[in-house]
Design a protein around this ligand. Structure first.
Ligand code: AMP
Length: 735
């Protein structure tokens, strides 16, 4: 090597790079390697040696430069997408898919486009698997990868270039010459095998360090988390992969249809999913979807549906977009997945108000992308109705991200002697007798001292919808209670930062780093408890102080009065705008409020009549919490003009939405559901959790399920997030 001149070295390096790029392409994009791994490694080593000897010949697109050396602005700085990254409308079943196909057929016909065999241009579809990862935008300039951004909210994503460059099936250079800029879009994901390997490694690592493992719930989270690592070397070790399927601007390359685009992308060096079809009939689209459902579990990666796209770009342009999604594509979502497993036990959980809830614990199963091992059985009646018994083979169902559900047991597989399950006669937490409620469904522990209830009450207080105190997880709360520092919610406000810092987290660590054999010898000798520490303590302390400014309705909700959910708390606060007013209210007073019936009225009056609770309210008042209603929605900063105005002027915003009832379902990108509901309420609307004929509007985000279906059945108008944004920003009711 040393006999080479600089120019000869440069030429040789360039030859090697092209050879390596070609074989990477064969290996990663085509899955058809031509040479052995050893031969490939040898080429790579020769290139590395040359570049080490002559650093001046290194170029950023060299395959040796995937990790490190590439800096484009700050990591994770925001990137505004020149073209918005849309999401897709969903079809939740084949009927909804048919409805979309019919709409598209009609729209195409109006544009003079018919189906195959007919007159004029042809209406055809491309079917692709819907990869359950995160979307990614790769920007190339003059054929070289210069930037990679996440989707973010569709308008603004994050710059993840340095990390994404380590993903080996993302070409650093296009194989097809192209000048100017090109933005290629697709999905980044983690294959199942890599996901399992990663979680095993994290588990092993946790064991070494004596800490609790922090595992990823599913491959999608693992992919997103791996892409947001501070150190690109970590991302490089995570085995991420991509499938690319779109351009930001279809005019950038000489193709006229989605099908041609996929071919072009493949030729340009991208990994394109091989399970695709160009369908000229609706029957073929159906067949593809049904086949995909069947193939799903055999794939090496997660998919959550099929994306059906109108093939012709000309027709796509003519069909255009709604506020949120293209009209020319639809995501056919898979039906809820069902799996069988064995029920190992039914445990009983004690809730905040003392209600005992049976919970099924079963052998872990992977359902719809995440592993589950527990599911609520709600109450004794449910256990009886479903007739599930310990030892039974049970069926678990999960739709998308929705909570897992036990459907029932397979009778023929029931082991001999499996016994009927019953509620325990005593509270599993405190041993007090258990009583059945008057309504006959719930079983309850009535002890005021029950530790399980106390923990639940404290956890409820800090939860997002209530006082929203970040960082106070159930483990820390448990430790605070154990150490005697906190006995009721007012106790949080008596904590000092120093007390928090010295709190034991319940975890232990080895005092020194040492090999596992020595640990075994020393056992617990060398371990010491992990303390919360000053940094975390300071954050929690700050959060606790900040919670004092939360509005009265949240405090009332946080108190956990039985039957008083968020909506009811809000309604009550409007009529009785302070703790004092509420304490003075009678059952008759309360039932005057619309939406408050005799049951709620009774529990509220009972709550405020109980001396312990009165004392608690006084303590909270003394601690500086908000125990009266302040008009306006201060505390919800930066979420639309309505709230900002209210906060600035201290005046209640005009009640422009009075008389309207909204139900929010699915996920929202730009607001949390709580924030959005709070603003809606501040504008006079009601925000409800369930859809009925009285619902004025349902706002449905991605992943919306049964509420959306119900709204459609009842003919309740459905809004998307863009429409919601408009309402929140202007306070104007929907047109
Ligand atoms: P959703 O998030 O449910 O609205 O679905 C839209 C998302 O599906 C897009 O943003 C993509 O990230 C993802 N997706 C996965 N596979 C595909 C595909 N083959 N074509 C288009 N989008 C896809």
């Amino acid at each position: 090597m040393d006999t080479l001149s600089l120019e000869e070295a440069r030429a040789r390096a360039q030859q090697l790079r092209e050879e390596i790029d070609y074989h990477s392409y064969r290996y990663y994009a085509l899955d058809e390697p031509e040479i052995s791994d050893a031969a490939f490694d040898s080429l790579m080593r020769e290139l590395q040696a040359l570049e080490r000897r002559w650093p001046e010949i290194v170029i950023p697109t060299s395959p040796t430069q995937r990790v490190g050396g590439f800096v484009l602005g700050e990591a994770f700085e925001p990137v505004t997408h020149a073209q918005r990254m849309y999401s897709l409308d969903n079809a939740m079943d084949l009927d909804e898919l048919d409805a979309w196909l019919a709409r598209t057929r009609q729209a195409a016909a109006e544009l003079g486009v018919g189906s195959a065999g007919g007159e004029g241009a042809e209406l055809a579809y491309v079917c692709e698997l819907k990869i359950d990862g995160s979307s990614l935008a790769l920007t190339y300039r003059d054929g070289e990868l210069i930037r990679v951004a996440t989707r973010g909210d569709g308008t603004t994503g994050e710059n993840v270039t340095a990390n994404a460059r380590t993903v080996r099936d993302i070409p650093l250079r296009l194989r097809t010459a192209l000048s100017g800029e090109l933005e290629v879009r697709g999905e980044i994901y983690m294959p199942h095998a890599s996901f399992e390997r990663l979680n095993e490694a994290m588990h092993a690592e946790a064991e070494q360090s004596g800490k609790a493992p922090r595992l990823f719930a599913n491959p999608r989270n693992a992919a997103a988390g791996s892409l947001r690592q501070k150190d690109p070397r970590v991302t490089a070790s995570r085995d991420l992969a991509t499938f690319m399927y779109a351009l930001a601007d279809n005019g950038a390359v000489p193709v006229q249809s989605q099908w041609e685009l996929l071919e072009w992308l493949h030729g340009a060096g991208f990994h394109v999913n091989p399970t695709i079809a160009r369908c000229s009939t609706e029957q073929e689209v159906h067949d593809f979807c049904v086949r995909a459902i069947e193939q799903r579990s055999a794939l090496a990666y997660d998919i959550d549906g099929v994306v059906v796209k109108v093939d012709s770009f000309a027709l796509q342009r003519a069909l255009g977009f709604t506020a949120k999604a293209p009209r020319w594509a639809i995501a056919f979502k898979f039906p809820p997945e069902e799996k069988t497993t064995v029920l190992r036990s039914i445990v009983v959980q004690v809730g905040r108000t003392g209600v005992l809830t049976p919970v099924a614990e079963f052998d872990p199963v992977l359902v719809a992308g995440s592993t589950v091992a527990r599911a609520t059985l709600h109450n004794l009646d449910e256990v009886r109705r479903k007739d599930v018994r310990v030892g039974d083979t049970i069926i678990i169902r999960k739709a998308g991200d929705v909570i897992p559900e036990v459907l029932g047991a397979i009778g023929s597989l029931r082991p001999a002697g499996a016994e009927l399950w019953d509620m325990p006669g005593e509270c599993p937490s405190c041993g007090s007798p258990v009583f059945r409620d008057e309504d006959g469904v719930a079983y309850r522990c009535n002890s005021a001292e029950c530790p399980a209830q106390r923990l639940e009450r404290l956890s409820h207080w800090v939860s997002r919808g209530a006082l929203d105190i970040d960082g106070l997880g159930p483990k820390i709360i448990e430790k605070l209670v154990e150490s005697g520092l906190v006995t009721d919610v007012a106790g949080f406000y008596r904590l000092s930062a120093a007390q928090l810092a010295a709190l034991e987290t319940g975890e232990e660590k080895y005092v020194r780093a040492m090999p596992p054999e020595r640990r075994e010898l020393l056992g617990d000798w060398e371990k010491e408890p992990v303390l919360l520490g000053e940094t975390v303590a300071a954050k929690i302390y700050e959060q606790i102080q900040a919670s004092k400014t939360r509005p009265f309705a949240r405090v009332l909700f946080g108190l956990g009065v039985r039957n008083v959910g968020k909506t009811v708390a809000d309604t009550i606060c409007r009529a009785f705008p302070s703790a004092d007013a509420l304490t003075a209210a009678t059952e008759e007073d309360l039932t005057q409020i619309e939406g408050v019936g005799p049951v709620i009225a009774r529990t509220v009056v009972q709550f405020f009549a109980t001396p312990d609770n009165r004392r608690l309210v006084e303590d909270l008042k003394a601690a500086g919490l908000t125990l009266e209603r302040r008009v306006g929605v201060a505390g919800v900063a930066g979420v639309g003009a309505a709230s900002a105005d209210g906060a600035a002027t201290g005046e209640e915003p005009p009640q422009t939405l009075a008389g309207l009832t909204f139900v929010l379902t699915g996920s929202l990108e730009r607001h949390t559901r709580d924030e959005a509901e709070e603003i809606l309420r501040s504008l006079g609307a009601k925000a409800s959790g369930s859809v009925s004929a009285k619902t004025s509007y349902v706002v449905a985000g991605p992943g919306a399920g049964s509420k959306l279906t119900k709204a459609q059945q009842l003919g309740v108008p459905i809004l998307d997030e863009a429409a919601l944004d408009h309402i929140l920003a202007t306070g104007e009711p929907p047109a």
